[in-house]
Design a protein around this ligand. Structure first.
Ligand code: ATP
Length: 244
């Protein structure tokens, strides 16, 4: 269970809170899509959960662990429970698909092994397995820079699977992809979500995708949580409220 209590994020020198006293509980098994117009606070919300953005006040708890005051070392370990899938993939373009996937195991290994690039047979096997899961086995030894956007995002997902995550965060993971590829990526995320019984939280601009794939939708406006409900409750009236 992810429990967010009275969360505030204010950026330095900003006059308004980017996240303004938000409380919400999200549970395993839920596929949550986060809606809101540009600047509403979606990305800040997602980034505060894994502390890429430090909260100004309030609490975020994952299970029994309170995240907001955790030391960086402990957070680093815990973060490996959580994975982030980014809009621009955050891959290393000149490295192969396989090498990029292996980097997903970094969080739980001694830094020296990461630095030297030493991986066990078991880790390599897991990377091949992750690539199989996202349908990229054939591309394992291709350089990432030679892939399409959708394929790159699959590498991002394979890298995430290497961490054996409990919580998947997506910061607009399909914003750079065409509609058909976006749908395929959502199908993949949904399959992984269901097979592993995860908590998945994804920012998305496309309301149709959110309504089709989410089990729950939350929406922000000016940093405030203004909607929390089932996808079929996002009707024309709600749509106008969210995007006005
Ligand atoms: N690094 C930053 N420094 C200062 N202000 C920021 C920073 N990042 C975001 N903001 C501000 O915080 C608010 C929320 O931004 P955020 O990126 O979370 O919105 P968003 O809903 O994800 O928008 P988009 O859909 O355009 O990505 C906005 O007013 C934005 O200008």
């Amino acid at each position: 269970m992810l429990t967010i209590s009275d969360l505030v994020v204010r950026y330095p020198k900003a006059e308004e809170n980017a996240i303004d006293h938000v409380s919400v509980e999200l549970d395993k098994g839920e596929f949550v899509c986060v809606l809101g117009k540009s600047g509403a606070g979606k990305s800040t919300f997602i980034r505060a959960i894994n502390r890429l953005q430090k909260p100004t006040s309030g609490q975020i708890s994952w299970g029994n662990t309170e995240l907001t005051n955790l030391s960086e070392a402990k957070m680093r370990y815990l973060r490996s429970d959580m994975v982030m899938i980014f809009q621009h993939f955050n891959l290393i373009p000149r490295m192969t698909v396989f090498q990029n996937t292996l980097t997903g195991s970094f969080g739980k290994r001694p830094p020296i092994k990461n630095l030297l690039g030493i991986f066990s047979e078991q880790e390599k096997e897991r990377a091949y397995q992750a690539l199989k899961e996202v349908g990229l086995s054939k591309f394992a030894h291709k350089r990432v820079e030679d892939l399409s956007g959708g394929q790159k995002q699959r590498v991002g997902i394979a890298r995430a699977l290497m961490q054996d995550p409990q919580l998947v965060l997506g910061d607009e993971p399909v914003a750079s992809l065409d509609p058909s590829t976006s749908r395929t990526i959502f199908e993949l995320l949904q399959r992984i979500h269901q097979e592993r019984n995860l908590l998945t939280i994804i920012n998305v601009h496309d309301v149709h995708l959110a309504k089709e794939f989410a089990t729950r939708i939350i929406a922000f406006r000016d940093g405030k949580l203004i909607f929390d409900g089932k996808p079929d409750q996002v009707d024309e009236h709600q749509f106008a409220e969210i995007y006005q």
